[in-house]
Design a binder for this molecule. Sequence first.
Ligand SMILES: [Fe+2]
Length: 216
Amino acid sequence: MATSKTTSTGQTRSTAKSAGKYYSLPALPFAKDALEPHVSAETMEYHHDKHHKNYVDKLNELIKGSGMENLSLEDVIRQAEGPLFNNAAQAWNHAFFWNCLTPKSQAPKGGELREAIEKTFGSLEQFKKKFSEEAESLFGSGYVWLSKNDAGDLILEQRKDADNPLVDGLSPLLTLDVWEHAYYIDYRNVRKEFIAGFWKVVNWKFVEGRYVGELH
Ligand SMILES: [Fe+2]
């Protein structure tokens, strides 16, 4: 009998082996044109409906016979290597990235997350500046991640390609996908403008929820 569960990243995972499909492409948590003019509906159509879908489809192919069919997607990421790792991580990374975005962005004026950001980076503006610098200087494809460790410390880092902080025991809070497919339709080669647009649509409530442990 098929069972499924939905994680905080919106991944619905079927455990019905006979269906031959272990993971589903999660729906976007907003309308495709909701982030315009910062991210166009056309970009969302390519990024979610084609790129993200392709990673999920490939993951479903590769997980078969891997011995990891019954693991959570997070555990697949922690244990897999090579193409299975790449596609599992990209399936998770994109679902997480969509949750980091919203048309109703409102930076926290107080609260635990803001206090932690100010303690670590000096101010929210300094944090945004440092995060933007990391996003701009990342060579090639990858993501910038804000994560927390078990002690609650904030960690800001670049990771190449599909790499994910989960592999180092960290808990991701916010990410920005700076693969060219994320911005080339809207901004061509000008990644800096895409990064500026990103700050207009950050889902701070999601980031805060992850930081205080309400969203797992
Ligand atoms: Fe992407």
